[in-house]
Structure formats: C-alpha cells, structure tokens
Design a binder for this molecule. Sequence first.
Ligand SMILES: *[C@@H]1O[C@H](CO)[C@@H](O)[C@H](O)[C@H]1NC(C)=O
Ligand SMILES: *[C@@H]1O[C@H](CO)[C@@H](O)[C@H](O)[C@H]1NC(C)=O
Ligand SMILES: *[C@@H]1O[C@H](CO)[C@@H](O)[C@H](O)[C@H]1NC(C)=O
Ligand SMILES: *[C@@H]1O[C@H](CO)[C@@H](O)[C@H](O)[C@H]1NC(C)=O
Length: 344
Amino acid sequence: MGCLSPPPLLLLLLLLLCVARGHAASRPNFVLLMADDLGIGDPGCYGNKTLRTPNIDRLAAGGMKLTQHLAAAPLCTPSRAAFMTGRYPIRSGMASRSRVGVFIFSASSGGLPSSEITFARLLKNQGYSTALIGKWHLGTSCHNKTDFCHHPLSHGFDYFYGLTVTNLRDCKPGEGTVFTTGIQLLVFIPLQVLAITMVTLAVLNWLGLLRVPRPVFFCLLFLAALILGLLLCFLHYFRPLNCFLMRNHSITQQPMSYENLTQRLTADAVRFIQRSAEKPFLLVLSYLHVHTALFASPEFAGHSQHGAYGDAAEEMDWSVGRWLRPLSRVSPNVMLFQRAKAGG
Ligand SMILES: *[C@@H]1O[C@H](CO)[C@@H](O)[C@H](O)[C@H]1NC(C)=O
Ligand SMILES: *[C@@H]1O[C@H](CO)[C@@H](O)[C@H](O)[C@H]1NC(C)=O
Ligand SMILES: *[C@@H]1O[C@H](CO)[C@@H](O)[C@H](O)[C@H]1NC(C)=O
Ligand SMILES: *[C@@H]1O[C@H](CO)[C@@H](O)[C@H](O)[C@H]1NC(C)=O
C-alpha cells in the first residue's frame, strides 16, 4: 500500500569494528553498526563541522575510513538481506519490483528464507555469542505467529532485542503516516467516485430523467461509511499491531514507546558486551536512528544545529560512546574499519 515517504534514499553508515584479542587474535569480536538514511556528509570524520559526532570520529581516527561503497539495494529489507548474507537480494526473494519493496506489516508471512546463511550463523557455528539489537526488518513468522521461521533467533542470533519490522512515522503519534499514497488510492478516490455517483443520481432523479429507488442511495452511503470505517480502523490499529519491541521471542512493549528508546537499546548492548567477556562475540547494533519517525531523548532533543534529524544523529553518536567504554574494557586492543555506504 503506497510508497514510503519520504522516499527512503538509503544512506547507510556501517562501522565494522574488529576487536583483536591479545590472546586469541584469530577469534576477534565483531561489532557492526547500521544506521538507516544517514548521509556520508553527516559524521564529523567525513567533513561535517556542525553535526557533532565525537565518538564516531574517534573510531575513525583510530582505525580505517573507507569512502567508496556500493549497496545492493536502496531500501531497508533488500539491502539488509544482502548485508546479512552477502548475496544479491533477488537470490533470496527479498527484492521486489512492485512499489513497496519492504515489509510494513508484522503479520507478513514473508522473510529471509531459512535456507539463507547469515554471517551470524557462520560465527555461531564457530562458537561465538551472537546478538542483534535494534531493527531486523527481514520477516518474523511463516504460518502462524509463533513459528518464528524468519526471526533473528532462527538466523544465527542467540539474542535479539528490538523491532522485527521497522521504525515508521506511523509508530509515533503526531508524526503523520507513510500511507498517504495508498490512502489516496484506496480511500479518497473511491469516496470521490461514490459522492459524484450519488449527486448525479440525485440530480437525474430530481429532473425526472431516471427513477432511482431509495435503497440505492442507502447502499452507496453504506459503502462510503464502510470505506471510512476501514480507514479509521487501519489508522487506529496499525501502531499497536506493528510497532512493538521484542526480546527474543517475547513482546516486551506494545505499542513501543519512544521514551529513552536509544538509552534502552544501548543499555542492552552494554549488558550483552559485559556478559560476553569470556567468549568471542558478534554484536549487530542496528539503530532506529536516523530513519523517520525522528526522535531523541530530552538530553538531545533541540540541542543540535540540524533540527530533529541532527538530534537523532547526535544521540546515536552518544550511544556509540556509551558501549565503547565497556568494549574497550573487554578487549583493550580495538582495531577499526569503517566504511560509508551511500546508495540512493
Ligand atoms: C552536516 O550535516 C547536516 C545534517 O545532515 C547537513 O545539513 C549539513 O549540510 C552537513 N554539513 C556538511 C558540511 O556537510
Ligand atoms: C505454528 O506452526 C508451526 C510450524 O508449522 C507448528 O509446529 C505449530 O504447532 C503452530 N502453532 C500453532 C499455535 O498453531
Ligand atoms: C534468548 O534466547 C537465547 C537462546 O535462545 C537464550 O540463551 C537467552 O538466555 C535468551 N535471553 C533472554 C533474555 O531471554
Ligand atoms: C528517561 O530518561 C529521563 C532522563 O534521564 C528520566 O528522567 C526518565 O525517568 C526516563 N524515563 C523512563 C521511562 O525511563
């Protein structure tokens, strides 16, 4: 239904952090960061002087910064399918030629097929603890709501905390809707057609050119009311049904609240790092920043020079600094590769 708006020109920044462990350099820890819609001109290390990203800049200064990268797709679902598997998304059925190329409803039965091998699965098979914190967006279940065939825990992750679908404007009250085009097509146009039909019939009836029985008018009115009712139901139930937080297989907040959301996800990442001190680990931090709905906690809201977008980007940078501290305690030898991914 409808295009996502604004068109999700996907500009992703990926930081690949390789933590070499003194005693077992062959089994490094991996932390991967993903941020939807972040532009290559946003972080300070890529030349931005007004958006403050000191923690990301620090990572770049101590590591490697790449400036050329091609994404397999410009949208969340197919580019994530490619990122997770290293294969073109069309091979896993995750590319769509229709206008909606991403999962929008948690009840969709599609998702990354079980036959696909993710890098998380490879590392898990090598004895790693593997966690995904944040957004997944590659499906949940196949046949019923508890088979979890596409869920992160079915794709090589031991631990999951976050959204199975995605952060959308419809998830945050007051932020509008991504369904404008769909509503136009399926609601406003049919309502206009119904209204014109009724007026025309009423005029023809009044002029005596056509005898229109009353029940015809009642039927048309009923149809209009039905369409409006369905729209209201859709808008009312979209948020609770599609915007929820899960920990492993359990829903922990429904609908999801944006209050201190980045703090909660970050605290979870810190706890994962701390409890994984004894074992090599993979942590994929898939931020909800800076996709719309834009949000930030009170410490960041209104504090950047670039509006809600800048607040969100700066809060994400805070999060990076927050989990880097326990990470450098777990492994003092932090080696870094950074690559910027720009698609459109
Ligand atoms: C820094 O980022 C902001 C927010 O995206 C952008 O408006 C601004 O143009 C950027 N500055 C530079 C020098 O790229
Ligand atoms: C859901 O589907 C799975 C796999 O098809 C099946 O094992 C399970 O019993 C089903 N659960 C329910 C509640 O129907
Ligand atoms: C999540 O699931 C994994 C394995 O399925 C388990 O080891 C872990 O304890 C679970 N975590 C929570 C918080 O339930
Ligand atoms: C969110 O953070 C603020 C400031 O740290 C705090 O006052 C507030 O209680 C937090 N809210 C929740 C729900 O944790």
